[in-house]
Design a protein around this ligand. Structure first.
Ligand SMILES: C[S@@+](CC[C@H](N)C(=O)[O-])C[C@H]1O[C@@H](n2cnc3c(N)ncnc32)[C@H](O)[C@@H]1O
Length: 97
């Protein structure tokens, strides 16, 4: 039997709620229309950055925003699995009005 077949799959770990609150209409619109239009810049981070930091589980991205503002010479990659968190980020990127 190949080794890969003997290994147990990794546990499905999700810390926190598996399901979020129902999205508001505007949040659903932003996920549907704004998110697909956002892309990783072709050039990546500028060569002037000192370091690259990664935040896994960025929630609503408030912490990531604070870290980015306090550390303008780093490149920050912030990840979130919950669509509520992504919707919260999109709401701040596209304020009403
Ligand atoms: C307690 S919140 C922290 C949010 C943010 N880092 C802060 O300090 O304000 C934890 C976050 O981790 C995310 N998360 C949970 N399980 C995860 C997993 N397996 N991989 C990546 N993110 C996960 C949750 O969706 C949640 O947004």
């Amino acid at each position: 039997m190949p080794l890969a077949d003997k290994l147990k799959p990794p546990p499905d770990r999700l810390y926190g709620r598996a399901r979020g609150h129902t999205l508001r209409a505007r949040q659903a619109e932003l996920l549907l229309h704004l998110l697909p239009r956002l892309r990783w810049p072709d050039q990546g981070f500028p060569p002037t950055i000192d370091d690259i930091w990664l935040e896994v589980g960025a929630g609503s991205f408030e912490h990531a925003e604070t870290i980015a503002n306090q550390n303008p010479t780093i490149g920050l990659i912030a990840c979130e699995v919950f669509e509520n968190g992504i919707a919260s980020l999109l709401s701040r990127l596209a304020p009403v009005g």
